[in-house]
Design a protein around this ligand. Sequence first.
Ligand SMILES: Cc1cc2nc3c(=O)[nH]c(=O)nc-3n(C[C@H](O)[C@H](O)[C@H](O)COP(=O)(O)OP(=O)(O)OC[C@H]3O[C@@H](n4cnc5c(N)ncnc54)[C@H](O)[C@@H]3O)c2cc1C
Length: 283
Amino acid sequence: MGHYDGRAQVVGGGTDLLLEIQQGRHPVVEAMVDTSRIKGLDLITNDNDHIVIGCAVTHTQIVNAEPIIRHGTCLVESCGVIGGPQVRNVATLAGNVAHALPAGDGTIGLLALDGEVEVTDANECRWIPMREVFLGPGKSSIDHHRSILTRLRFKPTETRAGSAFARVMRPQGVALPIISMAARLQLGDDNTIISARISLGPAGPVPYLAETAMAVLANGSANAGQFEKAAQAVLSAVQLRTSKHRASQEYRAEMITTHLPLILERAAERACNGDAVPVGVGQ
Ligand SMILES: Cc1cc2nc3c(=O)[nH]c(=O)nc-3n(C[C@H](O)[C@H](O)[C@H](O)COP(=O)(O)OP(=O)(O)OC[C@H]3O[C@@H](n4cnc5c(N)ncnc54)[C@H](O)[C@@H]3O)c2cc1C
């Protein structure tokens, strides 16, 4: 990348980048730096505090990774609905995050897990909260001509924690969802919510962290009434829009009202039962 001095671009699976070039939505690049065979970056590892995902790891690898199924179920459920098997076999979570779309499915899943990303350039290698990547629709703080998002990580869920993801999408397989939502809950022994994280998109220019709703849930009971209040809190704070080919603003709001309480319920059940069987993968 140094040699090409800003004229090379990082490529993972190429399922976004190559199509954009082919369709004339992205200028042709002089050289591509392919991450898929950089030794060690195609692995999912467990260091003392985190589950670490190399940038060459595909969605298929994530869907089949036991520690992520157990400790990051919503990430498995979100990567498991991306494209079809052919796409998931080559596309990476790193590419999904680096592309910085407001509703990349894997991105929404990882945001609910409070993910971090490692950015490496010629001078340094540093971990940043993944929210710092997103500057606007398709605009990332990672200069993919000079830097590589080398790894992603999240803390494994503790006991009595669980997460879940769901997506509402037109069945014709357009790559972008009507709305994607993910949640992680940490419960106490008496079913009090110790902490909650909720992410969704598209709901503004960047992947949305529903802080108002998270505050509504914290220290309350994990029950249906609270989950409905959280969905209302999302609606009071979020910027939904009507998009011509996907859904109206009102329909998106209705889908949040309907589905977010169900996701929270599923996350709470998983926290209570210690059960983490992903649903919807491959659909
Ligand atoms: C048929 C089809 C269906 C799809 N369905 C979905 C869907 O349901 N949900 C969804 O979210 N997406 C979907 N996508 C989009 C795409 O598959 C995903 O976003 C995928 O995760 C992108 O990963 P990739 O490795 O292919 O990225 P690439 O195309 O390789 O790269 C995407 C962008 O990220 C940059 N980049 C890639 N890796 C790095 C890195 N390590 N460091 C820095 N920059 C990097 C590239 O320069 C480029 O700008 C679909 C695509 C297709 C073709």
